[in-house]
Design a protein around this ligand. Structure first.
Ligand code: GAL
Length: 313
């Protein structure tokens, strides 16, 4: 791994999977993210929506492009997936009861007023995904989001509410397609710039961790993590997990997902985006291994390069 350097797929093309997440399924990994493979709209810090990419891998290093698995819908300006909208941060989980792969994503207009969570389903991890609808979970606005699937099969939508001044954790229905009514608001702050964005959740040794960024758009800021004993319980803020050069601006990046490495004990990779606002298609990926103290404190030290041996046998 070479954090921050251009990462090519197996065809030699730069990987386009921004704001993404990784699903581990049946011995393979599937990396979903925003395809931003186009120049910025002139004079703006956005690209038109192309759709959600999927890449597959067995070793987390070499990735095969599975294509755009949820494409933009060009001919309907009213559609959530129209190129003139904002469609960000796809996260996919697998529902063993229904057999469906469920993608949740942030759906918005270019002024970030629409503020909804969109859901799509597929029969196979490599799609195609069928878009279902967007919702305001529990009546609230919803911007940056993630989903987390617990060991007991329960899944949660974790999303920025009240203009990102709090994080809302919403339990999903058994089919993962809608909120089931149970929710909590956590990490409430007076609002920007102190609010939280880009939530990423993982579970280690029975404890839940939530990593998030501050609210400065594409610009990097200080990360923070919080811990809880229950997803819908009380969350305690623990400060910045990053360490090393530029740790206070998250190594010029913003977290997006924390990936448990399959088949390895206690091995987690924290995935970040290093955004390039004036040329978004050249935004980079920073993946770093998580470390834990004996008490379970999370630490993410900078590394110029590293490999899977770091996790041991
Ligand atoms: C960030 C957010 C990104 C994107 C960006 C636009 O704060 O995490 O996903 O929406 O703002 O400025």
């Amino acid at each position: 791994m070479h954090p921050g350097q251009v990462w090519h797929d197996n065809d030699g093309k730069p990987i386009q999977a921004h704001g993404g997440g990784v699903l581990s399924y049946n011995g393979s990994y599937y990396w979903y993210g925003e395809n931003k493979d186009a120049p910025n709209v002139p004079g703006t810090q956005r690209v038109e929506v192309i759709g959600m990419s999927c890449y597959s891998s067995r070793d987390l290093l070499n990735w095969t492009n599975e294509g755009v698995v949820l494409p933009a819908v060009k001919d309907d300006p009213g559609c959530d997936l129209h190129p003139g909208r904002v469609v960000e941060r796809p996260k996919v989980i697998h529902n063993t009861r229904t057999g469906k792969f469920v993608m949740w994503m942030h759906i918005d207009d270019i002024n970030y007023q629409y503020a909804r969570a969109g859901v799509a389903i597929a029969d196979r991890p490599q799609g195609p995904f069928t878009y279902l609808e967007s919702v305001r979970p529990c009546g609230a606005d919803s911007r940056d989001l993630t989903v987390f699937q617990d060991d007991d099969g329960a899944a949660y939508l974790v999303t920025g509410v009240l203009w990102h001044s709090a994080i809302q954790i919403v339990r999903l229905s058994d089919d993962y397609l809608r909120p089931d009514g149970a929710s909590v608001r956590v990490l409430q702050r007076p609002g920007p710039p102190a609010g939280r964005e880009s939530p990423a959740v993982f579970k280690r040794r029975g404890r839940y961790y939530l990593v998030s960024s501050g609210t400065t758009g594409w610009d990097p800021n200080v990360a923070e993590y919080a811990v809880a004993d229950r997803m819908l319980g009380e969350w305690t803020t623990r400060g910045n997990p990053c360490a090393g050069p530029d740790a206070e601006i998250t190594f010029h990046a913003q977290n997006t997902h924390v990936l448990p490495v399959a088949g390895r004990d206690d091995a987690f990779i924290v995935m970040f985006d290093r955004w390039n606002p004036n040329n978004l298609q050249d935004s980079r990926y920073v993946w770093l291994p998580a470390e834990f103290s004996r008490e379970g404190d999370l630490r993410i030290p900078w590394r110029d390069s590293w490999n899977m041996d770091i996790f041991g046998g």
